[in-house]
Design a protein around this ligand. Structure first.
Ligand code: IMP
Length: 449
């Protein structure tokens, strides 16, 4: 069923909103969250960790945040890091200090779940060691099973969450004695695991680690609360909540291109478990997509362009990672993938980002179907890396436009072919493109009125 423009205007007044990436990340969610923050009181991160990176440009100043919701740039809002997030406390403190040094207030406006899991240094070591071992081939095999992770310890931290006994949650940083006792056991196990992966670093020192992490806990203590109750208090008092997805739907552990995914539910399906807020409260889901596709790390990418097209997109779009600085893989827009993500996330409208990057192409290709190895043509996405690798994109070609569009303020002023491109997206997805972004600044945003 298609959401009409009138229904969509009603949705713009919905009380609670989710913002979620519909591709493989880096769609520009930070900018949209920052824009929507004005209409909300509370901004909540529900998944992922310091593997995500949002860059927001405000007043010519660029801010990069990894753990703290970009909404922190508005001092009258509350930002919540909910239980579904894995928190690297040292990184979080670094981020708080950096923001404060630039005059951004971070105090009672930042709340961190006592049940969010802690990313420890051995998680990062394990992440890097496993990736190295896998990429170099193990047990005489030349099969490379590495994922190309951000090496931020995300997978091992979520693995500990599921193991339970070896996990540490933010609230546990506040009890130094208990932390020390627990780390003595955990480090003994981790040491053996790291050695089995060929790590030759100095042995883990649980007492030093406990002292260090208890100190980090003391610094973060004023922020640590039960965020599920906090959010339900906000729901009751009529506050408007914005749920900010990190990473993106195609990296979702259950619904993405497994195993080339991250370790959390980054789709909107992660919101209830990751915050304690039932999904029924979220009426409006803004799906964020780029006007083309990018991906970092390994994994299938049907519309990837390993040629001048890809290079041109990378350079015009400054497609280098916020978190790792890695050049991103670039390609044409894959509407099979975006339609799937919009379905999984329940998107009610779309923000189409970086449309300005496509200026100057004679023609633009958009993937509408996949040709499968048996010759069948399908409009269904394949959320499995092995099977997706066999899919060939079937393209629809649209005429390009030569004009630069980054200084436009009105959607109707877009070149006719740019408007046709957006209409094509709307028709293929069956939901309206509510926001069009033509540059990093808040002012470079064309909103349908
Ligand atoms: P991990 O999350 O560090 O374990 O990495 C798993 C995969 O997800 C890798 O391919 C990463 O490059 C990718 N990934 C994780 N977070 C993001 C993101 O925010 N943007 C883009 N790719 C990401």
């Amino acid at each position: 069923m298609t959401t009409s423009r009138r229904e969509n205007t009603d949705l713009q007044h919905a009380r609670h909103t989710a913002v979620v990436g519909l591709q493989w990340g880096d769609e520009g969610k930070g900018k949209i969250v920052d824009l929507l923050t004005a209409e909300h009181d509370v901004i909540v991160r529900y998944n992922g960790g310091a593997n995500a990176g949002h860059s927001v440009v405000v007043g010519g100043q660029k801010y990069a945040v990894h753990l703290i919701p970009a909404g922190i740039l508005h001092p009258d809002k509350t930002c919540v890091i909910a239980n579904g997030v894995v928190v690297d406390p040292a990184k979080l403190i670094e981020e708080i200090d950096n923001l404060r040094n630039r005059g951004v207030e971070v105090g009672d406006n930042l709340r961190v779940s006592d049940r969010a899991h802690v990313v420890m240094p051995y998680h990062k070591e394990h992440d890097a060691a496993l990736e190295n071992a896998l990429s170099q081939g193990i047990a005489g095999s030349d099969t490379d099973l590495s994922i190309g992770t951000t090496k931020r310890g995300i997978g091992p931290a979520y693995a500990d969450k599921v193991h339970r006994s070896t996990a540490i949650r933010m609230g546990e940083l506040l009890d130094a004695d208990q932390l020390r006792a627990k780390l003595r056991v955990i480090c003994a196990i981790r040491q053996k695991e790291l050695e089995s992966l060929g790590v030759k670093a100095p042995p883990l020192n649980p007492d030093a680690l406990a002292t260090q992490y208890a100190a980090l806990g003391r610094r973060l203590a004023p922020h640590i609360v039960d965020t599920a109750y906090l959010l339900h208090d906000y729901l009751r008092d009529g506050s408007r909540i914005l749920f900010e997805g990190a990473n993106a739907c195609l990296l979702d552990i259950d619904h993405g291109t497994y195993p080339y995914v991250t370790s959390s539910n980054c789709s909107t399906l992660g919101i209830p478990a990751g915050t304690g807020v039932p999904g029924k409260h979220i009426e409006r889901v803004l799906g964020i997509m780029k006007a083309y596709s990018t991906r970092v790390g390994a994994g299938p990418f049907p519309t990837e362009q390993l040629n001048d097209v890809g290079n041109r997109i990378r350079e015009r779009g400054h497609e280098y990672g916020t978190t790792t600085g890695r050049p991103r893989r670039c390609g044409w827009l894959d509407l099979v993938a975006v339609r799937y993500s919009a379905m999984i996330c329940g998107a009610t409208s779309i923000a189409c980002m970086l449309l300005d990057v496509l200026s100057g192409f004679d023609e633009l290709k958009v993937c509408t179907h996949y040709r499968l190895p048996d010759g069948r043509v399908s409009d269904r996405f394949i959320p499995d890396a092995v099977r997706l690798t066999g899919a060939q994109p079937v393209y629809h070609t649209l005429p390009g436009w030569s004009e630069e569009i980054d200084e436009l303020h009105d959607r109707s002023a877009l070149p006719a072919n740019a408007r046709k491109y957006l209409q094509f997206i709307e028709q293929a997805l069956g939901i309206p493109v509510e926001i069009v972004s033509v540059g990093p600044e808040r002012t470079q945003t064309l909103v349908e009125v």
